[in-house]
Design a protein around this ligand. Sequence first.
Ligand code: NAD
Length: 322
Amino acid sequence: MSKVLIIGAGGQIGSELTQKLREIHGNNNVVASDIRFSNLDTVNSELIENLDAKNFDAVKTCVEKHNIDTVYLMAAMLSATGEKHPMMAWDLNMNSLFHVLNLAKEGLIKKVFWPSSIAVFGPTTPSIQTPQHTTMEPTTVYGITKQVGERWCEYYHKQYGVDVRSLRYPGIVSWKTMPGGGTTDYAVEIYHKALIDKSYECFLSANTELPMMFMDDAINATTKLMQAPSENIKIRSSYNLAAISFTPKELAASIAAHIPEFEIKYNPDFRQKIADSWPKSIDDSSARRDWNWTHNYDLEAMTSEMLKQLRSKYDSEAKVST
Ligand code: NAD
């Protein structure tokens, strides 16, 4: 049985990944860690550690204390926040990865998951059905850290035999935890605002098409990749991963099909430039071929599920406060 550590377990993806890994490995085999505890109540864990991913000794002590063999490194500074704090983004995103890769190189950890992003691509990348292997000239600090991280993952695998696996996540849409400062955050905020205010002011323009994915698909992809036999993992930098692509206008229309009075306005800010540098759609045939990746949610299925879950969440919060 694997003993798993999630670093950044309170985040948008980490909080749901922790729940899934508990189902797979058992409550007592999953340690949830973060530098902040705000979202960790969704994780409901006795195995919680306050851990700074930038502190090598603290990560090593935690790994040794719990006999960890697998680490999911989810802590990072995301694209929009990274543009405001470039050196902090570089410091967190690179040093946390080196710490975990070096623990794996020392033999303390057997397996590592580290997420990359569609932000590794840039304006010179073919933007429709972006291939697995293509021009990569990212223009954000976040994208640079992810691209460099991918190179190091592949290097540690080739030079030191480290079993590190990675996915280039598209924008992730979820209802349990709010997103943490990325360019695709609008696709989560819009559902909350549709239910609360029946209107939303979008920080991207109407026709900005981006690759996206419902959280359940992202979690399935992650666990499927980690469970695949090592020989099936042919790509040790990071796999392209795709489900759906849509624009804010198309997303608004899918919401309006459920909430006819819903209105959207567009007021693009600095995130528009980031979005414009990213692909519109992704070719993930390598992932589909090597470890049988498939997605389940299209735009309509995602919108139905998001609205259903958020309605029930807001209803139960209203009951608690009355
Ligand atoms: P998030 O911002 O929601 O969560 C990150 C978590 O890391 C937070 O809980 C934060 O408290 C924690 N953290 C920050 N600094 C830390 C530190 N020094 N030590 C320990 N924990 C620290 O991010 P997310 O959306 O859950 O993303 C998880 C990973 O997936 C990141 O690597 C991100 O780049 C990648 N990714 C996310 C998306 C997306 O749409 N959410 C898309 C592509 C890639």
